[in-house]
Design a protein around this ligand. Structure first.
Ligand code: ADP
Ligand code: MN
Length: 508
């Protein structure tokens, strides 16, 4: 297999109209090839869609209709280079096909392609993104998401061949570029490269070389790869390839329902600044763990219409989507939380809470002075009120596990399961949150900490008077039932639970 994997081999290089091709030495075991197989197939699928069979000069992402300007040498050179790269890829594909034949185990030359299919976004992604553009709850206030996902594919291709090609000397020197950088058979033709163009091309060759190395290294050694399935791997790979992310450094957390990675942010685009450090939350696509979460989303009227129509895979995407919308609401209310960068299918990229790859500690892992502990308590009380009133949300998994201590304050994370207070179980979830918070701070020695029932009333503005847990919960359930009956009778929910006057605002 190792021998067969050696790509553009002598078999066709002699016939190549562009001249001899040098091959790099690659070490590729059969096991490597096998494990990469599915990803490669997916890549091919996409590519076939992006580049239908033979290279048609007028159809490239680079040469776009009306603005064909053939007046400058540079432009012509760029077009030629593009053309050449595509021809090279097409030849590579033919060679690949020939080698593979009907064999069950096939070899991919993907790594040797010049025009990478990831440079263009698949239409499927596009639709996916549009689907999730608006918070269905807050239609009048669209979130600031870009029109497209990560950006500049077309542009990328343009800039990828942005520099180029006159002077016989320069042409000859092209041979010194990295062997993988295909310069065509300019040597045999009487090509003249200007210094400017030569330098630009050289620069391009070097940066391509670096980019290529970076990508291949990432693909082979990244932790991301081992923890996620090939489709997800491809999504992550695209994010790096598009330049949106610089590198994915490793895994921060593997939970039952998600895997979180750290990444260094890449280049900003016209409509988006990428934070220097990012957290990538990949919602697991193994379905089992999600079954018991149905009740959160099934009863959330924001997702009601869609729920029945969706297959399990799409439901998992909805968790990611929900987290995105909820984070956006929180961000708008000024609650410290990760900032959404981008959502792609079941992968959510957000700002990283922490520094230099070290995530901020969870509240459960950090030892705070009694002063900070008290500060943290009041901050959380405040955030719970904001969350309830301004964001119309109940966290629903609030505890010292989902609060990070960073920059002298508490940050809320993990809000994919958060629901609106009028969710059929919303108040129960809130009560559970209150119990966790209350217990944590009472144990932590904050004398001022309200008990769970007081906290519940303080957050919700409700005035449940029961003085024991059993009665209290019974009242909560009665309220929920009242709301459900209202839904039955009026076809819609109460906008909010009624309360007696304004709730008290607690502050330090
Ligand atoms: P889950 O608990 O459902 O697996 P979380 O959103 O709580 O998912 O993420 C798991 C862990 O990953 C968190 O406890 C936290 O340590 C880390 N983490 C998640 N998001 C971020 C972020 N934006 N910045 C830093 N660390 C994060
Ligand atoms: Mn969590």
């Amino acid at each position: 297999a190792a021998a067969a994997a050696r790509p553009p081999g002598p078999a066709w290089q002699s016939k190549c109209p562009w001249g001899a091709l040098s091959t790099t030495s690659i070490s590729c075991s059969l096991a490597d090839v096998m494990s990469e197989q599915l990803a490669k197939e997916l890549q091919l699928e996409e590519e076939n869609a992006a580049f239908p069979e033979v290279v048609a000069a007028a159809e490239g992402p680079f040469i776009t209709g009306e603005n064909i300007d053939t007046s400058s040498d540079l432009m012509l050179a760029q077009m030629l280079q593009m053309e050449f790269d595509r021809e090279y890829d097409a030849q590579l594909r033919r060679e690949e096909k020939k080698i593979n034949g009907d064999s069950k185990v096939s070899i991919s030359f993907e790594n040797y392609r010049k025009v990478h299919p990831y440079d263009s976004d698949s239409s499927e992604d596009e639709v996916d993104w549009q689907d999730t553009r608006h918070d269905p709850y807050r239609a009048d206030k669209p979130t600031t998401t870009p029109r497209r996902g990560f950006i500049g594919k077309g542009k990328d291709i343009t800039t990828k061949h942005d520099e180029v090609v006159c002077g016989r000397k320069n042409t000859a020197r092209m041979e010194n570029f990295a062997p993988e950088f295909q310069v065509g058979d300019g040597i045999g033709m009487d090509l003249k490269l200007s210094n400017q163009v030569f330098n630009a091309l050289k620069q391009h060759a070097y940066s391509e070389e670096r980019r290529s190395a970076r990508l291949h290294e990432k693909k082979e050694h990244s932790t991301a790869e081992k923890a996620v399935d090939p489709k997800t791997r491809l999504l992550l790979y695209k994010m790096v390839n598009s330049g949106m992310l610089e590198t994915i450094t490793g895994c921060i957390s593997t939970g039952k329902e998600s895997v979180v990675f750290h990444a260094y942010g890449g280049n900003a685009t016209e409509d988006k600044v990428i934070p220097p450090e990012c957290a990538i939350k990949v919602f697991k696509t193994t379905l089992n763990e999600f079954k018991n979460r149905d009740k959160y989303i099934k009863d959330d009227y924001r997702f009601k219409d869609r729920f029945s129509k969706l297959n399990p895979r799409k439901i998992i995407r909805m968790w990611a989507e929900k987290e995105m919308h909820n984070l956006t609401r929180m961000q708008n209310a000024g609650i410290p939380c990760p900032q959404v960068v981008i959502l792609k299918k079941h992968v959510l990229v957000m700002s990283f809470i922490g520094q230099d790859q070290v995530p901020a500690p969870k509240l459960k892992d950090v030892t705070l002075s009694s002063e900070d502990m008290k500060k943290a308590y009041y901050q959380i009380l405040n955030m719970m009120q904001q969350l309830y009133r301004e964001c119309n949300l109940v966290h629903a998994d609030l505890s010292e596990y989902n609060m990070l201590w960073h920059d002298g304050k508490v940050w809320l994370i993990d809000v994919s399961q958060s629901v609106e207070p009028t969710h059929p179980h919303g108040l129960e979830f809130l009560f559970r949150d209150c119990r966790n918070v209350s217990q944590f701070f009472q144990k932590g020695g904050v004398a001022e900490a309200l008990n769970e029932r007081e906290l519940f009333n303080a957050v919700s503005g409700l005035n449940i008077t029961a003085d024991n847990e059993v009665d209290f919960q019974a009242e909560i359930e009665a309220l929920e039932k009242m709301n459900e009956d209202h839904v039955q009778n009026h076809g819609k929910k109460l906008s909010t639970f009624s309360s007696d006057g304004d709730p008290p605002i607690y502050d330090e």
